[in-house]
Write a protein that binds this ligand. Structure first.
Ligand code: COA
Ligand code: AMP
Length: 630
């Protein structure tokens, strides 16, 4: 056991107020907190109540005031537009203050919500920080979501204003965003007062008079706005994530606890210092983008890389190595799927030999299980520590992982090693009884969660309670796994209907709701099937209404298209088969566990509760036809 780690870990669990109170000294406060941990409304815990600060001040102004003005804050590296742009802390502060002035000119004030629907361009970062500057609450919606999904988020967040761009660029494709935005506003019940559109030359868009305003024109007219002081417990952002139903969950993040946790994580988990270059190859639309493209690197005074490209195809599998060598990246954080994509195209690492990536100290991977094959390949290719760490949108930062800034543990492939200080992770059965070492069960975290994690869901305390009341005293992560004899944690996958496609979290329930809307479908089930590149891909099984006699290929095409246009291309829903019936218990519950095993080509035993076991043969046939389990 690493002594340094155990000292930190034990204090974080036994004396969280001392532990996090010390960590909070690294953040600049307008007013210090009254209580580090406020447990007066259990199970709603709050951190740093009474404290006041501004997150944008901590991310920008503070660094400019303390000698980092000329240091590069953001490197925008966009192979898809052949652009590399460096923005210093001083320039970023100027841009953010001006854009905050634009927002404030449109009436945005503290507590208002603003939706940001943008691709990976610096203006997305500027918009996020400008909201933080004003104490407004941003909600970034990933560009790959279809208008219907955006509309759902508009209706829930009720934004005063939406910030968007005319288009995104995905590899070689230009995707006009503005028509998607217009459609979403049309579908939504809530209508934002104004939209600010950043025009990109690849596809300029027309603007709706009196509703849409041009980013550049407004910036020119605006006066810079100052930071507005907010409470530590005030919301910084809402980030929607997939639950088990079609309605996404609005994870709320506060200001104070988040800043404290992120700064702590940069030093002790990622072992990165102010001035170094940190690159999270993700998207600002995901939690990794919020925490580790934008907030954590800037709060720490690092240089962050904003990469508008893919691991392969922009232009080749050497893309990541080029960025690392060109910008002197110290830490790279991405999803295992990105490395599987590189491995598939350049197993021998031929492209790596073209670049000098000596600056790279660590590769951190998260977002999905890091399979031992990918771990072994990446470790031997790079010859540096490869660190698997496990976390969720809800937590905002790592729950388990090898802390490089403490004393690291030897790695066991397939495990993110141990709980990170602050998280008391346990394995329990459905009744909440702790399970012995080695036995698989529900992975839960004893309350309180550390700073940075969700204090609640946006306007939905009731739904938040589902996380913390199913097993009283614990936060239920939704993941299954076990802890071995050496206290290493193994995360084996979700125990609910959430799947993970190329590091993107998706709800099979949401896809089922879409498919069930087809007039000829009686019922359906969507499951995640193992996929060598993307980890999982969704596959559908649909039962047609009695008397419907349709061409099955055509019908499957229609369902695929419905999911694509209602949820988005990132769902990667491409396969659907037709069966006579779904396997069910005698009480009518779909036997999803058994279906999952069939889809993954695993052995299964016939459940004693099954109503008609012969249905399983039909499911097996359909799964084989779709190429599942190969
Ligand atoms: N806007 C619009 N469409 C988008 C999009 C965006 N921001 N991101 C993805 N899409 C579209 C893609 O164009 C693709 O559309 P298509 O079906 O018309 O081809 C579809 O969504 C699926 O995209 P993706 O899953 O990214 O597949 P891909 O084949 O284009 O790329 C990988 C595969 C592995 C290279 C890619 O998924 C990747 O780089 N993953 C990294 C993981 C990551 O960043 N995870 C975030 C959490 S850390
Ligand atoms: P998201 O909220 O999109 O970050 O997805 C969170 C989910 O991704 C978790 O609940 C896990 O199922 C999965 N996940 C994330 N990181 C890991 C990891 N390192 N190992 C295994 N699963 C992971």
């Amino acid at each position: 056991m690493s002594d340094r780690y155990s000292g930190f870990y034990e204090q974080s669990i036994n004396d969280p107020e001392i532990f996090w109170g010390m960590a909070a000294e690294k953040v600049q406060w307008v007013k210090k907190w009254d209580r580090v941990l406020d447990d007066s409304r259990k199970p709603f815990y709050r951190w740093f109540t009474g404290g006041e600060l501004n997150t944008c001040y901590n991310a920008l102004d503070y660094h400019v005031e303390n000698g980092r003005g000329d240091q590069t804050a953001v490197i925008y590296d966009s192979p898809v537009t052949k652009t590399i742009r460096k923005i210093s802390y001083r320039e970023l502060l100027e841009k953010v203050s001006r854009f905050a002035g634009v927002l404030s000119g449109f009436g945005v004030t503290k507590g208002d919500t603003v939706i940001i629907y943008m691709p990976m361009i610096p203006e997305a970062v500027v918009a996020m920080l400008a909201c933080a500057r004003l104490g407004a609450v941003h909600s970034v919606v990933f560009g790959g979501f279809a208008p219907n999904e955006l509309a759902i988020r508009i209706d829930d967040a009720k934004p005063k204003l939406i910030v968007s761009a005319s288009c995104g660029i995905e590899g070689k494709k230009v995707i006009p965003y503005k028509p998607l935005l217009d459609e979403a506003i049309q579908i939504a019940d809530h209508k934002p007062e104004k939209c600010i559109i950043f025009q990109r030359p690849q596809a300029e868009s027309s603007l709706v008079p009196n509703r849409d305003f041009d980013w550049e024109k407004e910036i020119k007219k605006a006066h810079p706005a100052d930071c507005v002081t907010v409470s530590a417990t005030d919301p910084l952002y809402i980030l929607y994530t997939s639950g088990t139903t079609g309605k996404p969950k609005g994870v709320m993040r506060d200001n104070g606890g988040y800043a404290v946790a992120l700064k702590w994580s940069m030093k002790y988990l990622y072992d990165i210092k102010p001035g170094e270059v940190y690159w999270a190859a993700s998207d600002v639309g995901w939690v990794v983008g919020h925490s580790y493209i934008v907030y954590a690197p800037l709060l720490t005074g690092c240089t962050t890389v904003l990469y508008e490209g893919k691991p392969v195809g922009t232009p080749d599998p050497g893309a990541f190595w080029r960025v690392i060598s060109e910008h002197g990246v110290s830490v790279l954080f991405t999803a295992p799927t990105a490395f599987r994509a590189i491995k598939k195209e350049d197993f021998e690492g031929v492209y790596l030999k073209k670049y000098n990536i000596k600056s790279l100290k660590y590769l951190f991977l998260a977002g999905e299980r890091l399979d031992p094959d990918t771990y072994d390949w990446a470790s031997s290719l790079l010859g540096i520590p490869v660190i698997d760490h496990w976390w969720q949108t809800e937590t905002g930062w790592g729950i388990a992982g090898n802390c490089m800034g403490l004393e690291p543990f030897p790695v066991k492939a397939g495990s993110p090693t141990k709980a990170i200080p602050g998280y008391n992770v346990q394995i329990v059965d459905a009744e909440g009884n702790e399970l012995p070492r080695g036995q698989e069960g529900y992975v839960v975290i004893k309350l309180p969660l550390p700073p940075g994690c969700l204090p609640t869901l946006w306007n939905d305390d009731k739904r938040f309670l589902e996380y913390v009341t199913e097993i009283p005293g614990f936060y239920v992560t939704g993941d299954g796994g076990y802890i071995d004899e050496d206290d290493y944690l193994f995360i084996m996958g979700r125990v609910d209907d959430v799947i993970n496609v190329a590091g993107h979290r998706l709800s099979t329930g949401a896809m089922e709701e879409i498919i069930a809307r087809h007039r000829d479908v009686a019922e359906c089930a969507v499951l995640g099937a193992n996929d060598q590149l993307k980890g999982q891909v969704p596959v559908g099984f649909a039962v047609l209404k009695a008397g419907v006699n349709r061409d099955q290929d055509k019908m499957a095409e229609e369902l695929v298209q419905m999911v694509r246009s209602d949820l988005g291309a990132i769902a990667c829903f491409r396969k659907c088969a037709f069966v006579d019936a779904l396997p069910k218990t005698r009480s009518g519950k779909i036997l999803r566990g058994t279906m999952r095993k069939i889809v993954d080509g695993e052995n299964y035993s016939i459940p004693s509760t099954i109503e008609d076991a012969s249905v399983l043969d039909d499911i097996t046939r359909a799964a084989e036809e779709m190429g599942c389990g190969e």
